[in-house]
Design a protein around this ligand. Structure first.
Ligand code: MSP
Length: 509
């Protein structure tokens, strides 16, 4: 990927998406987790010079929203309008720089869904039938035998631990089964799903249960809040088909196919592991039915848990974004902590002790103190000015850590990338102790090299804390972060002009 950047950045397009969230309540830390990761990825590649289009939004149809609005005694439309606003507010506070916030109740999206479903109908991929089964409204999903838990002789949702509803109704099915081999091939041969074990998981499910046709219509008598099925007005379209298509609406499908193609080729889709099946088996088949390739990358992360249980509204164990912002006094610290603990493979338990020690250890004592130490030294010993004179040996150490961090960023391993950036800071602190620049009469080389190391680590933190890092760079006389890899070269800056010694992070109360 690094090479592509070097070859010519004007050619590089990238599409980054998050799931669109059900706005049945305000977002919690679990939603922030995916959204922050997607934002960091999108800011990282923008920093390298990619033309990134970043889509997030809200999934506003279906029974879940309809019931929540009923419960609150407002119309569903009023409710989702209000809640989409709430999501936007949170993302603004958290510095989520999306290119577009999509809502599935937008007219443009409704038209895209009707267009796509008509196309599937015309091609014979949809047929009428009858459905019987157990349904979880919280998942908006039918559970087959063996997939649910039995409690008090009644089927219970394994994710939400609540009773399933038995539903028997006329519907229409999508012929997923026709695409079984194609989906298997994509999962087996491609390197789309990351980490790979998630694609193995889907593969073994398809191999043992097959790929069943999917019921994609809901009678209006049961679910009225949805997009009407274009060829039978008694039904609305299943909310997951409606929702998945948002990723195409976001790019201007089907009106601007050039644009769709340009971005889709390099699409990076982030999801939590709860919605893996929808984003592989169903999504890959749906795309194939529309003659489109699968996404380039599907990044799947594990859960944020509380006492081992997935954090979520249904379990009533959510950690509020507000509490976390309040605790650290800076929303960018929330971004840093979340990015630092992010884990694709394993669930991560929410822990204030861990968060506090990240704040104090990494930000306050490591980053913040080094910046303060270096700026004070520059002001005291060099009148605030350090000119280019790189200590080659120490620069090599920094270079190596930097390369590792960049490579991890390029393979979407954000928390690993951060660790190496933090190592740069550790090494630099130790370097100052060794060199004792305050004792020599010619401290310029040491101080210039230290400032370069701080600049490099700061660039690596920039996608995570753009405002805070911008302020720090400012205090050492750099007023603008550029685009491309060139700025990551040690020795890139001619001269530093340190104006002040900032205190970017304050002690926890
Ligand atoms: N509306 C669907 C997605 C449709 S995408 C075409 C949906 N929405 S949701 O509001 O339930 O959000 C799901 C996503 O939120 C998860 O896939 C995950 O990315 C994120 N998370 C919600 N709770 C989470 C945790 N406790 N831990 C980690 N991620 C969490 O499903």
């Amino acid at each position: 990927m690094t090479n592509t950047v070097r070859q010519g950045i004007e050619e590089c397009y990238m599409y980054v998406t998050t799931p669109i969230y059900y706005p049945n309540d305000k977002p919690h830390l679990g939603h922030a987790y995916t959204t922050i990761l997607a934002d960091v990825i999108s800011r990282w590649f923008s920093l390298l010079g990619y033309n990134v289009y970043f889509l997030t939004g809200t999934d506003e149809h279906g029974l879940k929203l309809q019931r929540e609005a009923d419960k609150r005694g407002v119309s569903t439309k009023e409710f989702v309008d209000q809640m989409a606003g709430v999501f936007k507010e949170y993302w603004k506070v958290l510095g989520i720089g999306y290119s577009r916030f999509i809502r599935t109740t937008e007219q443009e999206h409704e038209e895209v869904v009707k267009y796509a479903v008509s196309r599937l109908w015309d091609r014979g991929y949809i047929y009428p039938g009858k459905y019987k089964g157990w349904y979880c409204t919280a998942c908006e999903k039918f559970y087959g035998e063996g997939e649910y838990i039995i409690e008090n002789n009644t089927p219970v949702c394994p994710t939400h631990r609540r009773y399933l509803e038995y539903i028997e109704e006329d519907t229409y099915f999508l012929r997923l089964s026709l695409f079984k081999d194609q989906v298997i091939k994509l999962l087996r041969e491609g390197s789309i799903v990351y980490p790979k074990h998630f694609s193995d998981e889907v593969l073994s499910k398809i191999e043992s249960e097959g790929l069943q046709d999917l019921s994609i219509a809901r009678p209006k008598s049961r679910v009225s809040w949805g997009i009407e099925l274009p060829f039978d007005s008694r039904y609305v379209i299943y909310v997951w088909i409606d929702a998945l298509l948002n990723y195409l609406t976001g790019l201007g499908y089907p009106k601007d196919m050039n644009r769709v193609e340009r971005y889709w080729k390099n699409s990076v889709q982030l999801i939590g592991k709860d919605i893996l099946w929808f984003h592989t088996a169903i999504w890959f088949a749906l795309l194939a039915m529309l003659d489109l390739p699968p996404p380039n990358k599907l990044l799947v992360h594990s859960y944020l848990t509380v006492k081992g249980q997935k954090m979520g509204k249904s379990l009533g164990n959510v950690v509020s974004i507000d509490d976390m912002i309040k605790r650290y006094g800076n929303p960018e610290v929330v971004r840093f902590i979340i990015a630092r603990i992010a884990n694709y493979d394993k669930d991560v338990e929410v822990s204030w002790d861990v968060y506090d020690s990240i704040y104090t250890g990494d930000l306050l004592n490591n980053y913040g103190n080094l910046v303060r130490r270096a700026t004070t030294l520059t002001i005291k010993t060099l009148n605030g000015r350090a000119t280019r004179d790189l200590d080659g040996e120490f620069a090599n150490t920094i270079d190596e850590l930097k390369e590792r961090s960049i490579n991890l960023y390029n393979s979407f391993e954000i928390s690993g990338a951060i660790k190496h950036a933090l190592d740069i800071l550790h090494e630099t602190n130790a370097y100052i102790n060794r060199r004792e620049p305050w004792r020599t009469s010619r401290p310029n080389q040491t101080i210039y090299t230290v400032l370069e190391a701080i600049r490099i680590a700061s660039l690596l933190f920039y996608p995570i804390m753009p405002v805070t890092v911008g302020g720090i760079l400012n205090s050492i006389g750099l007023d603008r972060v550029g685009q491309g890899l060139e700025q990551f070269r040690l020795g890139y800056v001619d001269e530093y002009s340190v104006r002040e010694s900032p205190i970017p992070f304050k002690k926890l109360q």
